[in-house]
Design a protein around this ligand. Structure first.
Ligand SMILES: *Cc1c(COP(=O)(O)O)cnc(C)c1O
Length: 383
């Protein structure tokens, strides 16, 4: 069986977790602080704040941008549903804008059209690890004085060329970037998230909100020779990451260069193996983007039935996934306001499929995937 994805872990992560368990300090502590410093250094961000997952990161990022009841936030529908849900958590309304078909990321022109006097933030996604057109989106956001938040859930280790120099996604260029360490992403802590920002005031708020609004954290009180009484001046949440997760994350971060290099090699081999199939659309990497290839997404001809191809490949022991979901097509968003065409989003969901990609994948596995896909497309008259 060739799975769609597989986390890349071994005894090093198990040992890191074991040490924390035996240390007696299990929740947010020294390991979380170290993971934050290392993540900030990787992304070039001034501040990084660890949280329980990327969904809570998005929620806190929107709150930090001042999003509240009655506000509108422009976001892609074509994303995992957490993107849209985080807007609803703030009592705000998601206004869905369409994507560019080649990159599956927000189309800056569609975003510009969606702006109204109620727009409080733009929530862009680096979908499947492919950097979005940050330069153009920032220009739109800045022209209107609207904060931009980056949903970089899939984009740990992706790079973007800004003003002629390469930098990691999450430096960040917008107000805040949000990352996920779910096992389906390129590095994992089981569950986990991170926020990066260059604004110390926002970082301070995030740290208060993630821990019940507590003004003096337990780590400080624990190591103090003085008795300290903490206070709670704002209503916070519990979004803490554990030290067990952070220790695993620190070990995963050490592997990130190897993981990204391997995924990039697999992606370029897919391009070689599949490049001659006329009716198959290969993923497009703009010259200013270096994807971490969290997913490898190909586009089928509209004449081919997506589900049949996927089922026949599954029958041969090869897992695939359909294109990224569209939130506006789910029952939970059926009554959401719909102002703009989402045609490219729908086409991408209906005609794209994701192929297996993971570090441990062998050349033989990859050839099997490519051969099976080619045979399927031939059988359906599209290769
Ligand atoms: C996975 C994902 C999320 C949610 O991340 P969690 O850590 O599972 O909460 C949000 N947005 C996008 C684009 C994702 O792919």
């Amino acid at each position: 069986m060739i799975p769609i994805a597989k986390p890349y872990l071994d005894m090093a992560e198990a040992d890191a977790a074991r040490e924390v368990v035996l240390s007696g300090w299990l929740s947010q502590g020294a390991q979380v602080a170290a993971f934050e410093r290392e993540f900030a250094s990787l992304t070039g961000a001034a501040q990084a704040c660890a949280v329980s997952n990327c969904t809570t990161a998005l929620h806190l990022a929107l709150l930090a941008a001042g999003v509240g009841a009655g506000d509108e936030v422009i976001a892609p529908s074509h994303s995992f549903i957490a993107t849209a849900n985080s807007i609803r958590y703030c009592g705000a309304t998601p206004i869905f804008a369409d994507i560019e078909p080649a990159t599956y990321n927000l189309d800056p022109e569609c975003v510009a059209e969606a702006i109204t006097e109620r727009t409080r933030a733009i929530l862009t996604v680096h979908q499947m690890g492919m950097p979005c057109n940050l330069g153009a989106l920032l220009a739109v956001a800045n022209r209107h004085g609207i904060p931009l938040i980056e949903d970089a859930a899939c984009a740990t280790g992706s790079q973007i060329n800004m003003d002629g120099a390469w930098e990691c996604v999450g430096r960040p260029r917008g107000l805040v970037s949000c990352f996920s360490f779910h096992p389906r992403k390129v590095i994992t802590t089981g569950e986990g998230g991170m926020l990066t920002t260059s604004d110390p005031g926002i970082d301070r708020k995030l740290r208060l909100w993630r821990q019940h609004g507590m003004n003096v954290p337990d780590t400080v009180r624990h190591s103090s020779a003085q008795v300290i009484f903490e206070s709670y001046d704002v209503v916070g949440f519990n979004c803490r990451m554990t030290d067990i997760q952070a220790a695993i994350g620190r070990t995963q971060l050490l592997r990130l260069p190897e993981i990204v290099a391997r995924r990039r090699a697999i992606a370029s081999r897919y391009a070689e193996l599949l490049g001659d199939i006329d009716e198959l659309g290969l993923p497009f990497e703009p010259e200013w983007a270096r994807s971490n290839w969290q997913s490898y997404c190909v586009r089928l001809s509209e004449r081919v039935d997506q589900k049949t191809v996927m089922q026949n490949m599954l029958n041969q022991g090869i897992a695939t996934r359909r294109g990224i979901m569209c939130s506006h097509r789910e029952a939970s968003y059926a009554h959401a306001e719909r102002r703009h065409s989402l045609r490219q989003s729908e086409l991408a969901q209906d005609h794209a499929i994701l192929l297996p990609i993971y570090v441990q994948m062998t050349e033989e596995d990859q050839a099997r995937v490519a051969d099976a896909l080619r045979a399927e497309l031939r059988a359906s008259g599209s290769a």
